[in-house]
Design a protein around this ligand. Structure first.
Ligand SMILES: Cc1cc2nc3c(=O)[nH]c(=O)nc-3n(C[C@H](O)[C@H](O)[C@H](O)COP(=O)(O)O)c2cc1C
Length: 354
């Protein structure tokens, strides 16, 4: 049996302690001196004999025990194990280094609060620490430049001005055309720049850093006329839906407990395929570029819905693992980043953002 240090291990100083954190395995544990010595020594595949020769002060039995504990905690991987495969694949495919990787994984963890506890928590926090201002004003009225005032918007500005997040749906279906329009105006490939030397670049109505087109859209449909409840992949080139799964779990469960989404008609998930962008840009700055693009796509979905008179609410809070399992998406360079919750507006009780 040979072992190697997990590639997705970071060590943090907390007080006087060194704390191991494996962002792939999502495990956290204290690094005692023996663990640290062993983990430092196994930067490449190492067997027990080699380890024993390196640490003559430890018996083979205690080294064996330490290795198996460290493997269980995620500090080491054992050659041939599933974890070792995943670790190697991650090291091979993730090109943006450990900081962006740790950020990507750390930001998949979060807890969603009920509206009542969120309100209570915010009131409490505001009482002890006032919120930073949420906008800046200019401070020199004599010299500040007044901008022309518009009384009428006209289109497309009237639609833009009507967009609103409204966290209440009624159980009514959307039409297939309404869903198709949301996908068309945000995701559909509308032109291609041909480049036989490198790769053809798809263009759509929303911009994409380097035209790398990292997103794929998936629809979880519950109430869409002409569409069996199920999970579908949108082919942006063919403009078709391909069924990838049966009726989706409750929307609130996929969206980290936001139960107000349960009555929505459909969800559109935006899944980043980071490898498309990594292939061109090896610099982790490109992570930001991918994240920003989700906002462009989401905005066009929201404006399309507003134009048609239904809701598209944005959410970044998800049970990411459950969503990816539902969509059938996996791999070290893929991840769902954004979701639009579509449906007909219901009566508005509260309007408190989560
Ligand atoms: C990136 C992003 C993530 C959001 N995530 C959530 C969310 O998880 N839950 C939620 O209820 N609203 C979410 N919202 C909606 C905001 O709370 C909402 O946009 C804000 O309250 C302003 O209201 P408006 O959309 O009506 O202008 C999100 C908005 C954005 C832009």
């Amino acid at each position: 049996m040979r072992v190697r240090r997990s590639g997705s291990l970071v060590i943090l100083l907390e007080g006087e302690d060194l704390v191991f954190h494996n962002y792939l395995a999502q495990s956290t544990f204290l690094a005692n001196p023996q663990a640290l010595e062993i983990v430092r020594a196994v930067s490449d595949w190492t067997d027990l004999d080699a380890l024993s020769a390196r640490f003559p002060g430890y018996s083979k039995g205690s080294l064996q025990g330490a290795i198996s504990d460290l493997a269980t905690l995620g500090a080491l991987v054992i050659e041939g194990d599933e974890e070792a495969e995943a670790d190697a694949r991650f090291q091979r495919e993730w090109l943006w280094g450990p900081f962006a990787a740790a950020f990507h994984h750390a930001t998949r963890v979060g807890s969603f609060m009920s509206e009542a506890s969120a309100v209570e928590m915010l009131q409490d926090r505001a009482h002890f620490t006032p919120s930073p201002p949420l906008y800046l004003t200019n401070s020199d009225p004599a010299n500040d430049i007044s901008l022309p005032v518009r009384n009428e918007y006209g289109e497309p500005f009237a639609t833009m001005s009507r967009r609103r997040t409204h966290r209440a749906f009624r159980q009514a279906p959307l039409s297939l055309l309404e869903i198709a329009d949301c996908l068309l105006f945000s995701m559909a490939i509308t032109a291609v720049i041909e480049d036989p030397e490198v790769v053809d670049l798809p263009l759509k109505m929303t911009p994409s850093g380097g035209a790398r087109n990292p997103y794929e859209a998936y629809v979880a449909a519950r109430r869409v006329e002409g569409l069996e409840p199920g999970v579908y992949h949108y082919s942006a080139m063919e403009r078709t839906l391909g069924r990838v799964g049966g009726p989706p779990p409750a929307f609130g469960a996929l969206l980290a407990g936001q139960d107000w989404a349960d009555d929505a008609a459909a969800l559109i998930f935006l899944v980043a395929n980071f490898e498309r962008t990594m292939w061109k840009y090896h610099d982790p700055m490109a992570y930001r570029v991918v994240a920003v693009e989700a906002g462009h796509i989401g905005q066009n979905i929201m404006l399309t819905a507003t134009h048609h008179g239904f809701l598209a609410n944005p959410t970044g809070a998800m049970d990411f693992e459950a969503v990816e399992a539902t969509l059938g998406v996996s791999g070290p360079t893929k991840g769902v980043l954004y979701c639009l919750i579509l449906g007909r507006p219901g009566p508005l009780e509260t309007q408190v953002p989560a």
